[in-house]
Write a protein that binds this ligand. Structure first.
Ligand code: PGA
Length: 270
């Protein structure tokens, strides 16, 4: 890991282009609380040898723990792999022990941030309101947002899936559509090895697309909807072939460069 003074300067927020391409797939890695500065660099070196580099290739985003972003940027800057944080606070600075401001993520080379992940909702009191505040602040700092939502097993079994998705998505209308990717992550599929079927994913995504149309009008057609929850090399393609599934947010299977690459390649061939 190099000293901070030798880290490459991150692109300024103003120069981060919003992709104008219609729904170019996005494949994002959520490392959660795994890895180290050394492993993130090794992972990126392995990834960059094989990752498709052309303009039609999927967008690839790696979200390691905060402490590893700067080390990751040493390898990823000026490469096709973008970096992101796993959350951020809504204030620029202040007495918020343990929190990280959006501008701090930008400073170390991040251009994306995950917001509202179900593990934050479940274990750290994240609500629709706090998730929205984080996402707004992130956009103001020039970060692109992967906004997560999804129902629990209890909610699905109770027939509440669409009501939950409707409630969780209602706040998104306050965001700028060009900088948002929405990740549908059914909680029962996260880290369980039990992915939603392609049909279940499409049904939820089509519902969410309808919600986004109601909130944003025609701009909703260009918003990428990612599926997350036990995405693996052997189920990625069937999921991403669905018309409203525009990529994947990958947890466990993103920790290994070979399996993450296989998922990226699946996205490239749908
Ligand atoms: P998983 O996690 O792929 O390990 O199920 C996905 C996520 O939580 O983003």
């Amino acid at each position: 890991v190099r000293r901070w003074s030798s880290w490459p300067a991150p692109s300024s927020p103003a120069s981060l282009p919003w992709r104008s391409d219609m729904r170019r797939p996005v494949v994002a890695a959520n490392w959660k609380m795994h890895g180290s500065c050394a492993t993130v660099q090794e992972f990126l070196e392995a990834l960059l040898e094989r990752v498709p580099q052309n303009a039609e290739a999927p967008e690839v985003v790696l979200c390691p723990p905060y402490t590893m972003i700067a080390a990751a940027a040493v390898v990823a800057t000026a490469s096709p792999v973008a970096l992101g944080g796993q959350s951020c606070h809504w204030e620029e600075k202040g007495a918020f022990t343990g929190e990280v401001a959006p501008g701090m993520l930008v400073e170390v080379g991040a251009s994306w941030v995950i917001v509202g992940h179900s593990e934050r909702r479940q274990h750290f009191g994240e609500s629709d309101d706090t998730a929205l505040r984080r996402a707004k602040a992130a956009q103001q700092a020039g970060l692109r947002v992967i906004y997560c939502l999804g129902e629990t097993l209890e909610q699905r079994d109770g027939g509440e899936t669409f009501a939950v998705l409707e409630r969780q998505s209602s706040v998104i209308g306050a965001l700028e559509p060009a900088g948002v990717v929405v990740a549908y992550e059914p909680v029962w599929a996260i880290g369980t090895g039990r992915n939603a079927s392609p049909e279940q994913a499409q049904e939820a995504h089509a519902f969410l697309r309808g919600r986004l149309r109601a909130l944003w009008g025609p701009a909703a057609e260009g918003v990428r909807l990612l599926y997350g929850g036990s995405v693996k090399p052997d189920n990625a393609q069937a999921l991403m072939r669905q018309p409203d599934v525009d990529g994947a947010l990958v947890g466990g299977a993103s920790l290994d460069a070979v399996s993450f690459l296989a998922i990226i390649q699946s996205a490239a061939t749908v």
